[in-house]
Design a binder for this molecule. Structure first.
Ligand SMILES: C[S@@+](CC[C@H](N)C(=O)[O-])C[C@H]1O[C@@H](n2cnc3c(N)ncnc32)[C@H](O)[C@@H]1O
Length: 366
């Protein structure tokens, strides 16, 4: 048994290679591993060889993560696709057998949908990434209540039988399912730091709340801007992690610090807003790293939408796109998109429109 640290480096980020940190951790000391590994594959290799070498290196890390995981623990590994001269390999397909080879048990393959992204020319544009969830044993933690989402038909009742008149669905909400739509942390997202590929905090919160209890230990070998640390702290979990790049390590520390740096700067708009809300100070005194305008906007003036909003928006959009495609195939007029050019265009909807679009649904106030 590897005894490693006498005391675990709780609520700290190790600046350096995660393998070095892992080698010092004892067996079965963390409750959850949640991470998104780097996959900017080495340029010094020919791409295919680079992929195989990368997967070999990742196998070593995953074996170590599995070793440090408690018997009741879970691992969530988030990956996208590897693209090489027009070919595309979904990386979860390659990671799945690696996780299985460590004796881990698959629980879910979660699809994380993105509404926006690059438009491909020679294949369908990529609009999802995946999160593989594996557990170490059959005795694992899964807390459904803290992560329930609203039922679609909240007040539906049994209409016959001995439960007649009673609610037919759980009033606390439903299981969120394995298709997630947290908005990507880009551009004007309030969590955006200088890091190019951050986890949205709510996505990490869903994982942490579902698979750990208060004071448990969450491990992220690739901390990046420190999202896993920030969310663990918010929900009274402990964290341990590593980050090899000094500039991201400092961003993570500043996010965890929750205070302005010596230049009155914050790593992102969210930390700035949290600070001025807590202290009552004037927002104009401070800036954040990604700020372009003169003054940061206060949260009460900002539109922040929950995951359900984005799901509804995507559903409406997909229904619209498929109806437009069906209309094209049938030589009919396309239905009019009520959000044409990003503006609500409800008045223009023609109720005689020959299409499959449920306009009532499209008109849900977004
Ligand atoms: C995909 S990003 C993770 C982003 C993170 N989930 C967040 O929310 O900010 C992967 C990170 O792993 C770091 N990294 C790459 N190789 C590493 C290694 N051997 N040890 C520790 N960190 C490493 C990279 O610098 C990068 O910040």
């Amino acid at each position: 048994m590897n005894t490693g640290f006498l005391n675990l480096p709780l609520n700290q980020i190790f600046l350096g290679d995660c393998l070095k940190l892992l080698k010092q951790l004892p067996d079965e000391c963390v409750n959850l591993v949640v991470s998104s590994p780097p996959y900017n594959l080495g340029k010094e290799y020919e791409a295919k060889k680079a992929l195989e070498k990368y997967l070999e290196e990742q196998t070593v890390i995953i074996k170590e993560c599995s070793r440090v995981l408690k018997k009741t623990g879970s691992i969530f590994w988030q990956v996208g696709a590897f693209s090489n001269q027009g070919s595309l390999i979904p990386l979860d397909i390659r990671f799945f057998p690696i996780l299985e080879s460590c004796g881990l048990i698959p629980r879910n393959r979660i699809i994380w949908i993105r509404q926006h992204g690059l438009h491909a020319q020679n294949k369908f544009s990529c609009r999802h990434e995946t999160i593989l969830w594996f557990t170490k044993s059959n005795e694992y933690v899964f807390n459904l209540d803290p992560i329930r989402v609203p039922q679609k038909y909240q007040n539906k009742k049994h209409y016959k039988g001995n439960k007649k008149g009673e609610l037919s669905c759980n009033p606390k909400g439903k299981n969120p399912g394995d298709i997630w739509l947290f908005r990507n942390v880009k551009h004007n997202h309030e969590e955006q730091t200088i890091h190019p590929c951050q986890f949205p905090e709510d996505l990490v919160a869903r994982i942490i709340l579902a698979t750990t209890q208060t004071n448990d230990i969450v491990f992220d070998p690739y901390m990046g801007s420190g999202t896993v640390g920030v969310v663990s702290k918010n929900y009274e979990r402990n964290f341990i992690g590593a980050e090899i790049e000094e500039k991201y390590y400092h961003i993570a520390l500043r996010r965890l610090e929750e205070k302005p740096d010596k230049n009155n700067n914050f790593p992102n708009l969210k930390s700035l807003r949290n600070y001025v809300e807590k202290t009552g100070e004037n927002i104009e005194k401070y800036r954040f790293d990604m700020q372009t305008g003169n003054k940061a906007t206060e949260r009460k003036k900002a539109k922040i939408f929950p995951e359900e909003y984005h799901k509804q928006e995507l559903e409406n959009r997909l229904i619209y796109e498929e109806s437009a495609f069906s209309a094209d195939l049938r030589g009919e007029d396309r239905p009019i998109d009520i959000n044409l050019n990003g503006r609500s265009n409800k008045k223009k909807v023609n109720s005689d429109q020959p299409s499959n679009v449920d306009f009532k649904q499209l008109e849900i106030e977004l």
